[in-house]
Design a protein around this ligand. Structure first.
Ligand SMILES: Cc1ncc(COP(=O)(O)O)c(C=O)c1O
Length: 388
């Protein structure tokens, strides 16, 4: 089955009893046991079944299985947010004394979690450019348990060679996790390229409508069981209603990603011709250093892009304050086009030096291209550019 059809039908069937096409929302905290022995057997994991929604819930399970299927792996655990997914992942793979290598260009919240919270738990994190395989190799120690990367990376759209990172991870007995939030399994499937684990902020393209917060981790059955054992004690489960909203949003992922990608390509080309624009960061442009690799490991380039204006940060501010159709807001992957300034917003957890090291300039503007008519987005940017 093609990925488009898997997105619609994968893991889902009309309800056997009622024929309902849309799955029910099991909006319940607890589940009744048949008798006391049944409850005890479920707690002992001698029998499978539902106990309490923090542990598992049929609506969330349906979505977890569907994401695992789309990502060509076995199973998944869902969380209340993407960041909760990252936290649970790391503490499952690593303990005090262990080491994680993370790419240096990642979502600012993930960066802060790695930089400030993990060291308090005794887990050290080295930030490195994972697109530079030699640098990645040098950063790995005998304590390294996890290599964590995002590709395309938030916000510079850097492309990382997943297969090369996977080979290095295997050689060093570490696990490779790819945050696939920007690409989604419609455009890129890291497990097929050798990654062990895939992580998503479902808040973005999975939900697709900017109305939920959620996270997912998928991987092998054994790893996911270990993750679940921790997750149920930590308690950051997704709500059944949010899981259902993601199930609904996911159905249109393929058509949305096609439209996001097509419009982003056109906007990137428009920006790269604009006299007030210094540089455009979009892997669909042949000038992008990761263009060839993106063509190899992705089926299209996605809906995210960045650009530097010749007037730097001040010009960026004028642009962001002048847009009328685009919305000045963080987050991404929504129906609406969102514009933001990473250095002062999503990546404000980076110091100036850290921003410089990974190429996020002071004037970098990030655009999450929405589903409006592309000409209207370009017209809006053009009228805003006139104020610079
Ligand atoms: C690539 C990426 N990963 C993870 C996250 C964190 O997800 P959440 O906001 O759902 O916690 C974000 C949030 O912007 C993100 O962009």
């Amino acid at each position: 089955m093609h990925i488009d059809s898997k997105i619609v039908h994968g893991g889902q069937h009309p309800d056997k009893e009622t024929g309902a096409l849309s799955p029910p929302i099991f909006q319940t905290s607890t589940f009744a046991f048949r008798d006391a022995d049944h409850g005890a057997r479920l707690f002992n994991q001698e029998e499978s079944g539902y106990i309490y929604t923090r542990l598992s819930n049929p609506t969330s399970d349906l979505l977890a299985k569907k994401i695992a299927l789309l990502e060509s792996t076995d199973a998944g655990v869902l969380f209340a947010s993407g960041l909760s997914a990252v936290f649970n992942l790391v503490i499952t793979v690593a303990q005090a004394g262990d080491h994680v290598v993370s790419d240096d260009t990642i979502y600012g919240g993930t960066f802060a979690l790695f930089k400030t919270i993990m060291p308090r738990l005794g887990i050290t994190v080295t930030f490195v450019n994972t697109a530079d395989i030699d640098a990645l190799s040098r950063a790995i120690t005998d304590k390294t348990k996890l290599i964590f990367t995002e590709t395309p990376a938030n916000p510079t759209m850097k492309i990382v060679d997943i297969a090369a990172c996977a080979a290095l991870a295997k050689k060093n007995h570490a696990l490779l996790c790819v945050d696939n939030t920007f690409a989604t399994p419609y455009l890129q499937r890291p497990v097929e390229l050798g990654a062990d684990i895939v992580l998503h902020s479902m808040t973005k393209y999975f939900g697709g409508h900017g109305d939920i917060i959620g996270g997912a981790v998928v991987g092998s059955k054994e790893f996911i069981h270990e993750l679940w054992e921790n997750a149920k004690e930590i308690g950051g489960c997704i709500s059944p209603f949010n899981a259902w909203l993601v199930l609904r949003g996911l159905k249109t992922l393929a058509v949305r990603m096609d439209r996001h990608s097509k419009s982003a390509q056109k906007i990137a080309e428009y920006l790269s011709r604009h006299k007030k624009v210094e540089r455009v960061y979009f892997p669909g442009l042949s000038s992008h250093p990761g263009h060839d690799l993106a063509k190899k490991q992705m089926s299209d380039f996605g809906g995210m892009l960045g650009f530097d204006l010749k007037g730097g940060k001040e010009a960026g501010k004028v642009l962001m304050n002048s847009v009328k159709l685009c919305i000045l807001a963080v987050s991404l992957g929504d129906v609406d086009t969102l514009i933001e300034h990473p250095a002062s917003m999503t990546h404000s957890t980076y110091t100036d030096e850290e921003l410089r090291a990974c190429g996020i300039t002071a004037g970098f503007v990030r655009l999450s291209v929405g589903l409006e008519h592309v000409d209207d987005i370009i017209d809006d940017l053009e009228q805003a550019m006139a104020n610079i």
